[in-house]
Design a protein. Structure first.
Length: 153
């Protein structure tokens, strides 16, 4: 049977349902969504309904019809979603996430080049400090492989 759980971190909330495809009933996600609605109303918390997204992690080409609703608004299926700074796609390939990291790293490195490059007048210790505080977090955040690479550097 599917298992549904609420995932909370700061102001990001996700409802996750896991289980064998044949047992997952998308309409049943409305129960935890209704519970979330009641909680939001009770605590007088407003949310941006336009930011609500649904993701179905699968290799299948066809997705079930969108039957999930929050405050009477249907939540559409998305091909990718950003959660806690990680771009997730429906097949969990992380290609878009890695591409985003490469772009951020390239931009940050170009900005820091005068300070960390070989012609910099900063000491090696200060250059290393800049690398560790500005570049390494981009490589290592949410990436076991990136973390291992960053620690060697």
């Amino acid at each position: 049977m599917p298992d549904t759980q609420l995932c909370l971190f700061a102001d990001d909330t996700a409802i996750m349902c896991t289980g064998p495809v044949k047992h997952i009933n998308v309409a049943k996600l409305n129960n935890p969504l209704a519970e979330l609605e009641r909680w939001l109303i009770k605590w007088k918390i407003k949310i941006n309904k336009d930011k609500c997204q649904a993701m179905y992690f699968t290799k299948a080409k066809k997705l079930p019809p969108p039957k999930k609703k929050l405050f009477r608004r249907t939540i559409p299926w998305c091909s990718e979603v950003k959660y806690l700074g990680i771009t997730l796609d429906k097949q969990l390939t992380f290609k878009k996430h890695i591409s985003n990291i490469k772009t951020k790293l390239k931009t940050s490195k170009a900005i820091l080049q005068p300070l960390i490059g070989k012609n910099s007048k900063l000491s090696l210790g200060n250059r290393l400090l800049l690398y560790k505080s500005m570049l390494r977090p981009l490589i290592s955040y949410a990436s076991p492989k990136g973390d291992a690479v960053a620690k060697r550097g």
